[in-house]
Ligand binder design. Structure first.
Ligand SMILES: Cc1cc2nc3c(=O)[nH]c(=O)nc-3n(C[C@H](O)[C@H](O)[C@H](O)COP(=O)(O)O)c2cc1C
Length: 231
């Protein structure tokens, strides 16, 4: 194994936000999940539970969540009924994170020609999440509620493994916390029990190489800015 190919799989991963209709064989999805399940987890708990949505199950969820997303826009008071079950983002944003978040958001919207005043366009672009960005495969991830916060650390390794393994097969992904507020629709739809919490969703498929949105490449802070060397 060369470090070049491992590095290439990691660095070629990006959040793709437009997919083609090309189907992904079940055997390939299984292979990716099997490889990803080699992720480490504290005491080998393997806290992940994966739901694969395709065809009618995917289409029905898309329809339901998009309708709810529209309803919340029409009546913002409804949002209180769709609270996220865990804080993925901080309650209070501070620098430098708020600055990076803004750079990311406006970078993406700017590329798509969406200005600050274009609330309709913003809503529609945000709603692309609830179409899985047209990817034929939607993944939903849950964790048993009894598990500790450490299981979310384990989950990060598992999710990254899926995304990197997908690259090895020419596939792309977009991890999606956008679904998290809709767990009261999603959990019954996928057949998850009340003892499960939605961690996030993910779009999986082949990137639409012609889509402008997929030319969005995100920067990273240099190593020296986040590393402290102790001798
Ligand atoms: C757990 C998780 C949830 C995310 N949720 C969303 C989402 O709901 N919608 C979206 O468009 N991007 C989402 N992203 C993608 C991030 O915006 C993206 O990873 C970041 O901007 C870096 O860009 P890159 O993935 O292209 O390297 C999510 C990423 C992670 C890790």
């Amino acid at each position: 194994m060369s470090s070049l190919s491992v590095d290439a799989a990691i660095t070629s991963r990006m959040s793709v936000r437009a997919f083609t209709q090309q189907t992904v064989e079940r055997a390939l999805i299984e292979q990716i999940l099997q490889v990803a399940s080699r992720a480490p987890s504290g005491t080998n708990c393997q806290p992940w539970k994966v739901y694969v949505l395709q065809g009618a199950s995917r289409a029905t969820l898309v329809e339901q969540v998009c309708a709810t997303h529209d309803a919340i826009r029409a009546n913002p008071a409804l949002a209180a009924e769709y609270a996220e079950e865990y804080d993925y983002y901080p309650q209070k944003w501070v620098s430098p994170y708020i600055d990076r978040r803004r750079e990311n958001g406006w970078g993406l919207y700017g590329l798509l020609g969406i200005g600050k005043a274009d609330k309709d366009k913003m809503h529609l672009q945000h709603q692309r999440n609830y179409h899985f960005f047209d990817a034929p495969v939607g993944l939903m991830f849950t964790v048993d509620r009894v598990m500790g916060r450490g299981s979310l650390v384990d989950y990060g390794a598992f999710l990254q493994n899926i995304m990197v393994a997908a690259r090895g097969h020419g596939l792309h992904t977009c991890p999606q916390a956008a679904w998290n507020g809709f767990s009261r629709i999603i959990l019954p739809h996928i057949g998850a029990g009340p003892d499960e919490m939605l961690v996030c969703g993910m779009a999986l498929g082949y990137a639409d190489e012609t889509a402008v949105v997929n030319t969005f490449h995100t920067p990273r802070v240099p190593v020296q800015d986040f590393t402290t060397w102790l001798g």
